[in-house]
Design a protein around this ligand. Structure first.
Ligand code: NAD
Length: 438
C-alpha cells in the first residue's frame, strides 16, 4: 500500500518505518527541514532502540522516504496518517493547531480518494472537526473529492516503540465507512497475523479509548505514590505492598511502582486533555484533577528527603543520575528531573548530571549544570546522589566505588532501584520512596 505519514516525530517515524518494514511504500513528511535532512541521511533525531536499523533497511530498499514537500507527500499516499504533536496549552486544553494545519494541507493537495487516519492523541470529536476542515479547504479550491476519516490511536511506549508497534496489545480502529474499514484491516493484516486483536469502534470511542487508557495508567501511578507517602508515615514498604496488590488478578502487577511521578510527552498532557474535554462537556473530572495534582506534588517529593540529609544546600555538590523522563529514551518532556534540578539550583546547590542518552536534550533545558561522562564521574566529590531515572545500568554498579567517590554517603533514590537494607549495611544514608520511615 502507499502510505503518507504527516509528522515524523516519535510516533510518525516509528509508524512510517514499521509500515515500510511490512512491505508498504511510505513517505514521511515533516515541516522541520532540519529533521528531514537528517533522516534523508539516515541520522535518527531521537534515541529509540532499534529504530535506526529499521529506518536504514527500508531507505536502502526504497520503501521509505522523507520530504518537506506537502504536495508530493499528500499525492503519494492512499492512506494518510496524521501523527503531529498535540501539546497542552497553558490552560490545560489541547493545542490543535498542528493537526488542523495538517488537515488543511490534505484538503488542499489531495487529488483522489484517501483514507485519512488520525494517529495523534486528540480530544473526542476532533476527527469530525478535521473532516469539516478538509471539506472546507477542498471547496476553497473548488474541489469535491471523497475521503474517509479514521481514528487509529497509538499506544507505543518510548524505549519499546518498535516492539510495541509490531506487537501491540491491541489495534484500535475507529471508522464509520465499510470501505475505510476494509482498507484499515488490510493495512494491519501483517500485525494481526501475529495474533494481536483489532478492535473496530466508532470514531469517537476510538478517540476516547486513547485518553482513557493513558488516564487510567496515570491514575495507578498517582495512587501508588499516595500509598508510598503513607508507607513513609506508618513504616510500611511500598515495594512489598505493590507486590501484594499486584498478585490480585483483578489488579495485576504493572504500573504499581511508586516513584517521583510520571512525565513524558503523553501522560501529563493527556490527563489534562481529558480533564479539559470533561469541562467542555460539563463534567468535572475530580479523580483526574487529583491524579494531576498528586503527580505535580510527587515530582518535588525528594526535596524534603534531600534537605533532611543536607539541611543547607548552598554551594553543596549534588549528583543527579537520569534526566530522561524514563529509561531508554532521550525525551525529557515534563521529566521529573527538571523539577528536581530547578529546586536544587534555587537552593544554591551545584548539580552534576549523568544520563546515558539525554545530555543533548538537557543542554537545551538547563543552565549552569555540569555533565559527567560516566555515573562514577558524576558522583565524584558530591555531597549526595539523587536518582531520577531508573536506567538499567545504574542497578548493578559497584556500590563501594560509589561510596568511595562521594564526599558524603548520601543517596536519595527516586526510583527505588536499590535495597534499603543492603545500602544501610554498606554505610549509605539511603532514602527511597515509600520504603518505611525516614
Ligand atoms: P513529536 O513532537 O515527536 O513529533 C511531531 C512532529 O510533527 C514534529 O516533528 C513536527 O515538526 C511535526 N509537525 C507538526 N506540524 C506538522 C505539519 N503540519 N505537517 C507536518 N509535520 C508537522 O510528537 P510525538 O511524540 O510523535 O506525538 C505525536 C502524537 O502522537 C501526539 O498526539 C502524541 O500525544 C501521540 N502519541 C505519542 C506517543 C509517544 O510516546 N511519543 C505515544 C502515543 C501517542
Amino acid at each position: 500500500m502507499k502510505i503518507t505519514i504527516i509528522g515524523s516525530g516519535y510516533v510518525g517515524l516509528v509508524a512510517g518505518a514499521c509500515f515500510a518494514d511490512l512491505g508498504n511504500e511510505v513517505v514521511c513528511l515533516d515541516i522541520d527541514s532540519e529533521k528531514i535532512e537528517k533522516l534523508k541521511r539516515s541520522i535518527i533525531p531521537i534515541y529509540e532502540p532499534g529504530l535506526g536499523d529499521v529506518v536504514k533497511r527500508n531507505v536502502r530498499e526504497r520503501r521509505l522516504g522523507f520530504t518537506t514537500d506537502r504536495q508530493k507527500a499528500i499525492e503519494h499516499g492512499d492512506i494518510i496518517f496524521i501523527a503531529v504533536g498535540t501539546p497542552s496549552k497553558e490552560d490545560g486544553s489541547v493545542d490543535l493547531q498542528y493537526i488542523e494545519s495538517a488537515a488543511k494541507d490534505i484538503g488542499n493537495y489531495m487529488q483522489d480518494y484517501k483514507v485519512i487516519v488520525d494517529k495523534s492523541t486528540v480530544p473526542v470529536g476532533t476527527a469530525h472537526k478535521l473532516m469539516e476542515l478538509i471539506r472546507h479547504s477542498q471547496s476553497a479550491k473548488n474541489k469535491k473529492i471523497s475521503f474517509d476519516l479514521a481514528s487509529n490511536p497509538e499506544f507505543l511506549r518510548e524505549g519499546e516503540a518498535i516492539k510495541d508497534f509490531m506487537n501491540p496489545d491491541r489495534i484500535v480502529i475507529g471508522v464509520e465507512s465499510e470501505k475505510a474499514k476494509e482498507i484499515m484491516i488490510g493495512l494491519y493484516k501483517g500485525i494481526e497475523r501475529t495474533g494481536r486483536p483489532i478492535l473496530i469502534t466508532d470514531i469517537k470511542s476510538a478517540e476516547m479509548i486513547k485518553y482513557a487508557s493513558n488516564s487510567m495508567l496515570a491514575t495507578r501511578i498517582s495512587f501508588m505514590n499516595e500509598i508510598a507517602n503513607l508507607c513513609e508515615k506508618v513504616g510500611a514498604d511500598v515495594k512489598m505492598v505493590a507486590e501484594g496488590i499486584g498478585l490480585d488478578t483483578r489488579i495485576g502487577p504493572r504500573f504499581l511502582q511508586a516513584g517521583i511521578g510520571y512525565g513524558g510527552s503523553c501522560f501529563p498532557k493527556d490527563v489534562r486533555g481529558l480533564i479539559d474535554c470533561g469541562k467542555q462537556n460539563s463534567i468535572n473530572f475530580e479523580i483526574l484533577e487529583a491524579v494531576n495534582w498528586v503527580n505535580e506534588k510527587q515530582k518535588k517529593s525528594l526535596m524534603p528527603k534531600i534537605k533532611k540529609l543536607i539541611p543547607d544546600l548552598k554551594d553543596k555538590k549534588i549528583a543527579v543520575w537520569g534526566l530522561a523522563f524514563k529509561p531508554k529514551t532521550d525525551d525529557m518532556r515534563e521529566a521529573p528531573s527538571i523539577a528536581i534540578i530547578n529546586e536544587l539550583q534555587k537552593l544554591g546547590a551545584k548539580v552534576t548530571a549523568f544520563d546515558p542518552e539525554a545530555e543533548e536534550t538537557a543542554r537545551r533545558i538547563f543552565r549552569d549544570i555540569e555533565y559527567a561522562k560516566t555515573p562514577f564521574d558524576a558522583v565524584k566529590g558530591c555531597n549526595a546522589l539523587v536518582i531520577a531515572t531508573e536506567w538499567d545500568e545504574f542497578r548493578y554498579l559497584d556500590k563501594q566505588k560509589i561510596k568511595d567517590l562521594l564526599a558524603e554517603p548520601n543517596i536519595i533514590d527516586g526510583r527505588n532501584i536499590y535495597d534499603p537494607k543492603e545500602m544501610k549495611k554498606l554505610g549509605f544514608n539511603y532514602i527511597g520512596v515509600g520504603r518505611g520511615l525516614w
